[in-house]
Ligand binder design. Structure first.
Ligand code: TGC
Ligand code: FAD
Length: 387
């Protein structure tokens, strides 16, 4: 019997029963609910918000957080598999779940008060409150230490001025985790939709992540009560700690995008007759397909070992950088090569390859660009910071 193209090393056998059940449930959701509509959503530049209640019902929001907050209490490997199966559908849906889970629910859980956790986490797990995460500013996202958004104390409140750029879920969100410079260093705040002076503006004309909402956020003397400050977030390690969680998931997600592209290119090249034989019967096509399967296998093993380290409590941010860098690079290269194997048919959203390739332009850029992650590894190897 032939080995499955997307799992030549039987990585599945390394998963627990619960992990496999999670993967199967999300795979079914992607096949039945996402794939039939996602090409049109991308065409129309529309986030499929109608899927949010189903995503919540499956337990995919804040899936690693404890059950006492209405979350599923799954392990890190399960969260990775969720990201992989969602991104097999589209990076935009995985982004939605990453931001809600790792960038909004996680900081409330890790740095928030018990009151803040009880107020927001169950509603967020149920998908009734949507969050966004504002770290990047227009003048340079790679260097968040150079933050201009400022919060000053005013009596028992804080007053925030500034702006954020490229914020996933921005226009959709009911709350925003906003990072601001203060006289005491960087602090994190939960801003609520409707607070006077707080606005979001959707970024249009995107050629990537078109099935996701991306916005700019503006803060014009927004008055935020002290009760909305995350009490245990101090300094840049607050937001960077959230990024480690999200980057972990993004190490898995692109594996799903690459699998989708390989599956599509395999099917197409077997059917496509050129020069009297299937494209898949040519040596050059087979070498390309084999090389994709090789790279996917390596990326899967990397993601799984990262997950096992995370579940053991020993994962380090540098390991996350290596996996995020490798797996995004692997996926974008494969998506582009699959697009090429599809010829002209590969340029429309009738097929997934170009949508994945375009999406992965964002995925390789956000959560630390490829260069940033390379420099993190360079610093680890040499002991010299090149930033
Ligand atoms: P440095 O100033 O040395 O460190 C500051 C403090 O932070 C600690 N730290 C980390 N903690 C947890 N996780 C990490 N990954 C951490 N990296 C650093 C560090 O130990 C230190 O702590 P302390 O106690 O000494 O104060 O900062 P650095 O030199 O390490 O950082 C430089 C650099 C370039 C790596 C960092 O600024 C960086 O990662 N830049 C990229 C910014 C970025 O990734 N932005 C992403 C915005 S969010 C987003 O893109 C969402 S897209 C979501 C979606 O749609 O899916
Ligand atoms: P810059 O930092 O200006 O980088 C420009 C170029 O310079 C890049 O090629 C970079 O690799 C390179 N570079 C940077 N530093 C160095 C160096 N030291 N040496 C050599 N080259 C270097 N941010 C959020 O806060 N929240 C979100 O929800 C969010 N969602 C996003 C969604 C999308 C679709 C996109 C595209 C971005 C999103 N971002 C979000 C922002 C994202 O994190 C930033 O785009 C990213 O961190 C890079 O910042 P920048 O775009 O300002 O590029």
């Amino acid at each position: 019997m032939a080995l499955p193209a997307h799992d030549l090393f039987d990585v599945r056998s390394l998963l627990s029963e619960e992990e496999r059940a999670v993967q199967e449930a999300v795979a079914r959701f992607t096949d039945e609910r996402v794939l039939p509509i996602i090409g049109d959503c991308f065409d129309q530049g529309r986030f499929p918000a109608e899927l949010v209640p189903e995503i919540a019902a499956l337990g995919l929001l804040g899936s690693s957080l404890p059950e006492e907050y209405g979350c599923a209490g799954l392990n890190a490997v399960s969260y990775g598999l969720i990201c992989q199966e969602l991104e097999r559908g589209d990076s935009g849906l995985r982004s939605f779940v990453s931001v809600q889970s790792s960038l909004c629910m996680y900081p409330i859980f890790a740095y928030g008060s018990q009151e803040q956790r009880r107020r927001w986490l169950p509603e967020m797990a149920a998908g009734r409150v949507i969050g966004c995460f504002g770290l990047t500013e227009p003048h340079g996202g790679s260097d968040p230490a150079n933050m201009k958004t400022h919060a000053r104390r005013d009596g028992g409140d804080w007053v925030i001025d500034g702006s954020k750029m490229w914020i996933t879920n921005g226009g959709l969100a009911d709350i925003a985790i906003v990072w601001a410079q203060t006289d005491e260093g960087i602090r994190g705040f939960v801003l609520e939709k409707g607070m006077p002076g707080f606005s979001a503006q959707e970024i249009k004309h995107k050629m990537s992540l078109r099935a996701s909402v991306t916005s700019a956020l503006f803060f014009d003397s927004v008055r935020v009560p002290e009760a909305n400050r995350l009490p245990d977030a101090h300094g840049l390690k607050g937001p960077l700690g959230c990024l480690t969680q999200a980057r972990y998931g993004i190490s898995w997600g692109p594996v799903g995008a690459a699998i989708a592209c390989l599956d599509e290119a395999l099917g197409y090249s077997k059917e496509r007759i050129l020069f009297g034989r299937p494209l898949a019967a040519t040596q050059s096509a087979q070498i390309k397909l084999a090389d994709m399967a090789r790279r996917i296998t390596l990326a899967q093993l990397l993601a799984l070992q990262l997950g096992r380290l995370k579940d053991a409590g020993s994962m380090r941010p540098q390991q996350v950088s290596l996996a995020k860098w490798n797996n995004c690079r692997m996926a974008i290269d494969i998506a582009r090569e699959c697009r090429d194997l599809l010829g002209g048919a590969g340029i429309t959203t009738e097929h997934g390859a170009i949508r994945h390739a375009l999406n992965l332009e964002s995925v390789i850029t956000y959560e630390g660009t490829e260069t940033v992650h390379q420099l993190v590894i360079g610093r680890e190897l040499t002991g010299i910071s090149a930033f």
